[in-house]
Ligand binder design. Sequence first.
Ligand code: PGA
Length: 257
Amino acid sequence: MRRKPIIAGNWKMHKTRDEALQFIYAVSNKVPSKNLVDSVICAPFTVLRCLVKRQGDNLRIGAQNMHYLDSGAYTGEISAPMLKAIDVSYVIIGHSERRAMFNETDESVNKKLHKALEYELVPILCIGETLEEREKGVTEEVLKRQLELDLKGLPAEQVKEIVIAYEPIWAIGTGRTATNEVANAACAFIRGEIARLYDEETAQAVRIQYGGSVKVSNIDELMSMPEIDGCLIGGASLKADAFIQMVQSAVNNKAAN
Ligand code: PGA
């Protein structure tokens, strides 16, 4: 099955409104057609609206987190209907930084996935092992457990809509990228688990990204791997030129396969 590649930038806590505007003006008409690739920028809440208004035809905007309830007394939180109301299309769920620093658990990730899908936001679900877990040889166990708990109760039709980002924690922001083979093997394992939990058709439909120190100089090799359908990119997505080049790389490599 041919899966459309998807490149998503994760800006994390970067860019003021002026900086975000500069980026969007430089990028919005330069990314390749949405028929060839999904291009997404996941930005801080404060700039989502201004990016959505200027996103152009081929770029979509995502948030980096959301609450799992519609509304309520949750100071500082943002809900799925709030994101949907301003035409945000994607939302990152369960990023390892949120799991490690903001008490995100598999249980809350699962609730957030249900809620995002209810509001037709495309979730980018992040999973991945720590360095200690990789060195102990328990990477597959960790991925299996995360998938089982995070996807609990979701029907196959909804799982097909989810983008899964395999992000080994030891590769995030460290400059230490997983080798193509390691990244591809983990993505293949994840696809196998989806087949086991659901069926082969669902596994073949779901798009799996690699994330962790992806940059212009290594994205070609990663995107040439058959199980890697895209990348979730932090630091290197902050520069307009680099982002455009990386989206183009996804198109070139998948067209060549
Ligand atoms: P990085 O971050 O590309 O800066 O390593 C990736 C991520 O955290 O999604």
